[in-house]
Design a protein around this ligand. Structure first.
Ligand code: MSP
Length: 632
């Protein structure tokens, strides 16, 4: 019984953030879960190091691509090591074995007649390392995935006959109900494939930083398309094309990916595998994206969540719990310290931690920390059977990566124990000299906690181990088999006193970069009056305001600055103002800002506004002044 679980390999043009940590922690949870169930698990992660984007990032920093890749790749590895991520292999696409494996795969596809040479001309987004047909571009120019400008690339290229696999792919989705998880995402993929697949350009001549074609094909000016190189990591990590002894783990059981890269994994990758005559993965599981305090994370906004910082402030297990519990698998989620604190205080501290404290307290007070399960079934048969039937529902949830539901069910189990204590009140039973009954309720609680600890281990390994040690047992395959799979009751328990596991958190533990802080930073840097006078700010009246339907934030305005005709200005104010509020409003405009195209629309100035926690507020003169009056 084996399970092969993978994360995407991360681009080395960015340091690790919460999104990377999320994918990796889900994969780690699955790996730990299946190991505990006795599976032979192989868990792969690593870094994706080739391609134009990396080449350019390295150049900007005055480094060679390899130097740059070494530096960032080690940051990922260090983070996963400090998080005790239980990977079996960390692959780098610059590893010589990987490169050899990729070349072997290319050779095989070529010999099979699935690769041919032609010319490619199309819109390419460097940031996403992907071509897009004109029909998909925003305003005919901008990348539909990241919104950045695309460039037209015409070059000689080798093509993979993706079109040949269209029907086979559709058949695969149809015959494999759970090939794509969550199931709701499958329809998106089917729609994409049904619309028709064009052959895929899989080599580039416009840059060098990539895997060269195999010598049997020659053509040294070509390097491989980074996604072909990257996807193949899932088999080269097992020795494909080299020593293939680890290929026994293939096919992958779970490819964990973000929704943005589902198409690559659910369309291109299975087609490459069919061409290589290799079996297809059992599940490609796509999760949603995280935002921070409701906003998209970006380096320029300085709001990227650093997983190391969160784990340091709140504890790694608490962070892991939050990530998996807060968001249904496949949906987008929002990170805020408030939401994290709420989860810790209510779920972990109140429900779980408190239950353990109650067991420790009662067993110490009444039974000298020695608990026997002897009369458990006599008094609590019903509770035990409820617990067992909830446990029986967990495996299908885990196997579909529905960890939020899995945790929800465990919390139902915990509430059985909390309720039993309240209803049976062991302290009263002791007063009535019904010691046996009191002991049975404490034993029920200890058993429920023990089983919960085993089930929680994949998500919160350290905390689960601490609960287990307080209850005098160890978490391992054997105890999982006994107490979870065979539903056994723990024999006599010698309780160990331990400090509270989940202390309540009163106030945020991480400093948010506040607006005031940013402001202070800005005001510390002074400019001369000459510098300031270079900026021409003028008053003007908004005479027209229209929606830009494809944009969430932008409105197109016409502002009368007392010139021959009104200026066209694209302003990011849609979230705070609707077009009808704006007509006739007098505003302040930076009038000599270099014109720029935003989403393909010319913008000839910038409207001034202030932003605080309530949102954005346009700056307007206190009385109406003549349009075009300079602001000094
Ligand atoms: N190198 C490719 C993957 C190749 S796999 C053969 C890549 N790398 S990435 O570093 O850009 O992204 C890796 C993963 O991080 C993706 O699964 C992506 O969805 C995830 N995330 C990046 N930002 C994210 C959020 N803000 N939220 C959640 N996950 C996101 O793509």
């Amino acid at each position: 019984m084996k399970k092969y679980i993978t994360t995407p390999i991360y681009y080395v043009n960015d340091v690790p953030h919460i999104g990377h940590a999320y994918t990796t922690i889900i994969a780690d949870t699955a790996a730990r879960y299946y190991r505990l169930k006795g599976y032979d698990v192989f868990f792969l992660t690593g870094t994706d190091e080739h391609g134009q984007k990396i080449e350019e990032s390295a150049k900007k920093r005055g480094k060679t691509p390899k130097e740059y890749a070494d530096e960032i790749s080690s940051k990922f590895k260090e983070l996963w090591d400090s998080f005790e991520i239980s990977y079996d292999k960390f692959i780098r696409t610059t590893d010589p074995e990987h490169i050899r494996g990729v070349q072997k795969a290319f050779e095989k596809m070529y010999e099979k007649g699935d690769i041919y040479k032609d010319f490619y001309e199309g819109h390419y987004c460097i940031s996403c390392e992907a071509f897009f047909p004109q029909s998909q571009l925003i305003e005919g120019e901008y990348c539909p995935d990241c919104g950045k400008e695309t460039s037209i690339v015409k070059e000689e290229s080798y093509f993979f006959k993706l079109s040949k696999y269209q029907d086979k792919l559709l058949k695969w989705y149809e015959e494999n109900e759970e090939a794509i998880l969550p199931k709701s995402k499958k329809n998106e993929v089917i729609r994409f494939v049904s619309e028709g697949l064009s052959d895929l350009s899989i080599t580039r001549t416009s840059f060098d930083w990539g895997v060269k074609l195999p010598s049997s094909v020659g053509d040294p000016k070509h390097v491989m398309y980074v996604w072909l190189d990257a996807l193949l990591n899932y088999v080269t990590a097992l020795g494909y094309g080299n020593d293939e002894s680890l290929m026994k783990y293939w096919p992958a059981d779970y490819h964990l990916v973000g929704k943005d890269i589902l198409r690559f994994h659910a369309v291109y990758w299975p087609a490459f595998l069919m061409s290589l005559d290799l079996p297809l993965p059992r599940h490609v599981a796509a999760h949603g994206w995280w935002t921070r305090n409701g906003e998209k994370m970006s380096k320029s906004k300085g709001n990227v969540v650093d997983p190391k910082e969160v784990a340091k402030a709140y504890g790694l297990d608490n962070f892991r719990y939050f990530l998996l519990r807060e968001v249904p698998f496949g949906q987008d989620g929002d990170f805020s310290q408030r939401a994290l604190i709420d989860r810790i205080n209510s779920d972990l501290s109140n429900d779980l931690g408190n239950l353990l404290n109650r067991v420790i307290g009662m067993s110490g007070k009444y039974f000298d920390y020695k608990i026997s399960g002897e009369n458990l079934l006599k008094f609590h048969k019903e509770e035990i059977s409820q617990t067992e039937s909830l446990i029986a529902q967990l495996d299908p949830l885990a196997s579909q990566m529905k960890w939020h539901r899995y945790l929800e069910e465990i919390w139902k189990i915990l509430s059985i124990a909390n309720k039993a204590i309240d209803v049976h009140a062991p302290w009263n039973k002791m007063k009535e000299s019904k010691d046996e009954e009191a002991m049975a309720t404490v034993a029920l609680t200890a058993n429920i906690l023990a089983k919960s600890a085993l089930l929680l281990y994949p998500i919160m390994p350290k905390s689960a181990e601490k609960i287990a040690s307080a209850l005098g047992f160890e978490i391992n395959e054997e105890s999982f088999e006994k107490y979870i799979e065979k539903s056994e009751i723990l024999p006599d328990i010698l309780i160990q006193k331990i400090p509270p596991l989940f202390p309540k958190i009163e106030a945020p533990l991480m400093q948010e970069k506040k607006e005031s802080e940013k402001r202070r930073q800005e005001t510390q840097e002074t400019v001369s009056i000459d510098d300031f006078s270079k900026i021409s700010i003028k008053t003007g009246t908004i005479v027209e305001a229209t929606d830009i339907p494809k944009s969430k934030k932008l409105l197109k305005l016409k502002v009368d600055l007392g010139e021959d005709s009104p200026r066209q200005i694209v302003a990011g104010i849609k979230e705070d103002y609707s077009p009808s509020d704006l007509i006739g409003v007098q505003v302040c405009v930076v009038a000599n800002l270099k014109p720029a195209k935003i989403m393909g629309i010319l913008s000839e100035g910038m409207i001034l506004a202030a932003r605080d926690e309530k949102g954005l507020c346009l700056i307007s003169p206190l009385r109406t002044v003549q349009n075009g009056t300079p602001v000094k």
